[in-house]
Design a protein around this ligand. Structure first.
Ligand SMILES: C[S@@+](CC[C@H](N)C(=O)[O-])C[C@H]1O[C@@H](n2cnc3c(N)ncnc32)[C@H](O)[C@@H]1O
Length: 286
């Protein structure tokens, strides 16, 4: 706990040595194709991540990884899995989840209403939302959420997490396209819209249009939390070895996209600088 009574968040770090080693090794393992073999053939988890790149499954493997998960596998599978799940991007995406959860909690605390409704777009497992709800429910606030995702599997998994966290009765799951939900769904009813790990897959025009429709969807004073992967030294590794293709954006590019709306916003990096977090609020008198 810090002196404000808040729990200290343990973000993951990367040493200078790791950065230097990766800068030298990554181009070599890509050129020789050895990386493909080590990280997606020898490493059982690496093969699963590649097979499910960009889905909730790959993220869940990264979010929940513990050394003992690979118990029973051979030494080299365990070794390369451990390396892969401690790559800068793996640490950064876990940091991203922690920052989003923290920002969600900050916004929830700042809203004076007793009942708060959150929409999570491309929710996947919905872990950050579930954690935030768990903290507030029964604590003087009623937090409800709707999770929208194209994948029924992701939503099923999220239901299990919600059940274990005892927030299942305050949640709703919708299987479908998030753009249809924004177009048709309960405009003005959600004080918070969260959308993580989605902008990274949309081209600029599509993302701009989507953010503008979220702006219109929110009531005055409503909040939007999102993020985007930033250019970083592992990009070619993700592209070529894991076949995990994303749209990498700089802070300036994200700011330009956000400036198309009237959101008051800030864009800032998670501690490793691999993801930018966007926290935005629709003005009270737009
Ligand atoms: C990278 S995951 C992110 C999951 C979660 N938000 C997180 O940060 O852990 C992307 C999720 O978005 C979903 N998705 C992708 N395109 C979508 C769309 N057009 N409408 C709804 N869900 C979508 C995928 O099924 C997947 O579960």
């Amino acid at each position: 706990m810090n002196n404000m009574g808040e729990k200290k968040i343990l973000y993951e770090n990367v040493s200078m040595l790791q950065k230097v080693i990766e800068k030298i090794i990554i181009p070599l393992i890509i050129k020789t194709k050895i990386g493909l073999w080590l990280f997606t053939k020898i490493s059982h988890h690496g093969a699963l991540i590649k097979e499910n790149a960009g889905s909730y499954k790959s993220l869940d493997i990264i979010y929940s990884y513990k050394r003992q998960d690979t118990k029973g596998e051979n030494f080299w599978s365990r070794f390369y899995t451990h390396l892969l799940l401690n790559f800068i991007n793996a640490k950064a995406v876990r940091n991203r989840k922690l920052v989003i959860e923290k920002e969600l909690k900050k916004i929830i605390s700042s809203i004076e209403k007793k009942e708060i409704n959150i929409a999570s777009l491309g929710a996947g497992s919905g872990e950050a939302i579930i954690q935030a709800m768990q903290e507030f429910n029964g604590n003087g606030k009623i937090i409800k959420s709707v999770l929208v995702d194209l994948s029924e599997d992701a939503l099923d998994y999220s239901r299990k997490l919600a059940f274990n966290a005892d927030v299942v009765n305050s949640m709703e799951w919708i299987c479908g396209d998030l753009r249809t939900f924004i177009k048709n769904g309960r405009k003005g009813n959600f004080q918070i819209v969260e959308m993580a790990g989605i902008g990274d897959y949309f081209e600029d025009k599509t993302l701009q249009k989507l953010i503008l429709s979220i702006y219109k969807f929110l009531p005055p004073g409503g909040s939007f939390i999102s993020c985007n992967v930033a250019p970083n030294i592992e990009k070619t590794f993700l592209d070529k070895i894991l076949n995990w293709k994303m749209v990498y954006r700089s802070k300036k590019e994200l700011e330009e996209i956000m400036e198309q709306t009237e959101f008051d916003f800030k864009v800032f990096p998670e501690p490793l600088g691999v993801h930018y977090i966007i926290v935005a609020q629709k003005p009270n008198n737009p």
